[in-house]
Design a protein around this ligand. Structure first.
Ligand SMILES: Nc1ncnc2c1ncn2[C@@H]1O[C@H](COP(=O)(O)OP(=O)(O)OP(=O)(O)O)[C@@H](O)[C@H]1O
Ligand SMILES: [Mg+2]
Length: 329
């Protein structure tokens, strides 16, 4: 059985209609805004789902429903056999949540006190709690600052403490809404390694949202792309590469054109553009292998520096976000 199962999930919000002036405020009408539009997917136990999409596409709304904070307008949700918004109390003993944009720690007290409070909330015994805390404080390297009030911590320090709090009770499912937001490259990397360790050791199912494609490339076993409340892609990172990463670029420096006709043929077929001494040529890896294109290039000219680029995941994702057929219109 999947750890997370969602069928036909819809969420409508009532939002004020735009109207100018004071009377507009007083006579304000409301309309419904569909944030989630028949979303269905499932996540198997131990999987890390990368849940991505542009701003406002409905990622946080999904997580709020999955953690029982919001009630959906329609649809079926099953996480570990629970309906999140119906069985909140027992359910929260089985899940962990981190909202990168919002703290789950009490602002004026130190994280170590917060951890104690969570121990009580999760009804943990002293011994297992101590053991768990020792492991997590080591994993997230928070020992040197967890006695300082949360409000005085840096963003990266606080985020690591948030993870410790979310993992204290060894949840089976972990929801991470932008856990790497605002972290520097080193901190991001450490965060990813810690998440991976928890996932591998404890078979924790993870639903992760992020705008950082490195997080996705390094962590996600499966990805889902949401746009305007609808799923526009479901698959693996490799699948995304296979399906979308076709247009490769060869960038090269020409020392001498040895066969003008061959070069002209190549230029005709691949729209070669020139930028100073450097040339750029595109080819579609579905139609021809890089080696064939390079062989023809070497026949036509003597080459200096040469680089073959395939688009980054970042570029592909941007293209999917911007594709007209991924919009609801
Ligand atoms: N309580 C609410 N009332 C009205 N509209 C809401 C409410 N919560 C969310 N929305 C709207 O629903 C849409 C989806 O919001 P959501 O926070 O889920 O986006 P997101 O994908 O998490 O975006 P981001 O990447 O910016 O975090 C947005 O248009 C947002 O304005
Ligand atoms: Mg969000």
């Amino acid at each position: 059985m999947p750890a997370i199962e969602i069928r036909d999930l819809c969420k409508d919000f009532l939002v004020p209609e735009k109207k100018a002036g004071l009377w507009g405020v007083l006579t304000r009408k409301h309309k419904t805004f569909t944030a989630l539009d028949h979303v269905s997917f499932s996540v198997e136990e131990g999987e890390i789902l990368g849940y991505i999409g542009p701003n406002g596409s409905g990622k946080s709304t999904t997580i709020k429903i999955l953690t029982g904070i919001l009630t959906p307008t329609q649809g079926h949700v099953n996480v570990l056999g629970f309906t999140p918004w119906k069985q909140r109390y027992t359910y929260t003993h089985n899940i962990g949540v981190v909202f990168g944009q919002k703290s789950l720690l009490w602002w004026d007290i130190a994280p170590q006190e917060c951890f104690r409070l969570y121990k009580e909330i999760y009804e943990m015994n002293e011994e297992p709690y101590r053991e768990r805390l020792a492991y997590l404080t080591r994993l997230f390297a928070v020992e040197s600052f967890m006695h300082i009030p949360t409000r005085k911590l840096s963003l990266g320090q606080r985020m690591r403490c948030e993870l410790v709090a979310a993992l204290l009770h060894k949840p089976k499912v972990l929801f991470l809404d932008e856990p790497t937001i605002g972290l520097d490259v080193v901190a991001k990397q450490r965060m990813r390694e810690a998440i991976r360790e928890i996932n591998e050791k404890e078979k924790t199912t993870v639903l992760l949202t992020t705008h950082d494609m490195r997080d996705i490339e390094e962590l996600a076993t499966k990805i889902l792309i949401l746009n305007e409340g609808k799923i526009v892609y479901e698959g693996t990172v490799e699948g995304l590469h296979r399906e979308f990463i076709h247009e490769n670029t060869i960038q090269f420096e020409v020392l001498e054109v040895t066969d003008k006709k061959a070069f002209a043929r190549l230029a005709g077929a691949h729209s070669i553009s020139q930028h100073g001494h450097s040339f750029r040529m595109r080819f579609d890896s579905r139609r021809e292998a890089a080696k064939e294109v390079l062989d023809r290039l070497f026949e036509a000219c003597r080459i200096g520096r040469l680089e073959v680029h395939e688009p980054t995941l970042e570029t592909v994702i941007r293209e999917i976000y911007e594709r007209p057929d991924s919009k609801t219109g």
